[in-house]
Design a protein around this ligand. Structure first.
Ligand code: SF4
Length: 124
């Protein structure tokens, strides 16, 4: 299975790996928002926020404005982390140098400077 967000692959693995051990918070959110036939009356948990505007992408992780685990390091480009067996995910939760960084509220995610937005709209 391949999970995409903001036009990029954020997680890849077998169906068992993705459903039983999701690594990326967007994948986790997707699974939490699935209807469960085995749990009567259970409520779906939506992912707060909106998908990114592809012309106004954040500088680091595209999911940062919606992520409950966002850390300062998430403003950098996110590498792929390898969990073995072909399971990979793009998330700083698995970065050793991020250990100890406290999650910061998603509503404080950085916005693209107006000058950068104006430039991208000029190009488009
Ligand atoms: S890289 Fe950071 S913001 Fe992005 S999904 Fe992982 S923890 Fe959340």
């Amino acid at each position: 299975m391949l999970v995409m967000y903001g036009g990029n692959m954020v997680e890849y693995g077998t169906a068992t790996e993705i459903f039983e051990q999701p690594k990326m918070p967007y994948t986790m959110g997707l699974l939490e928002s699935l209807p469960r036939l085995d749990q009567a009356g259970s409520r779906l948990i939506p992912i707060d926020g909106q998908p990114p505007n592809l012309l106004r992408m954040p500088p680091g992780c595209a999911f940062a404005p919606r992520c409950r685990y966002r850390m300062p390091i998430c403003d950098r480009p996110v590498p792929l982390y390898d969990f073995g067996g072909g399971h990979v995910a793009r998330c700083f939760l698995y970065e050793k140098s991020a250990e100890g960084q406290k999650p910061i509220p998603a509503e404080n995610a950085p916005m693209i400077p107006d000058s950068a937005v104006a430039a991208s709209e000029t190009i488009a």
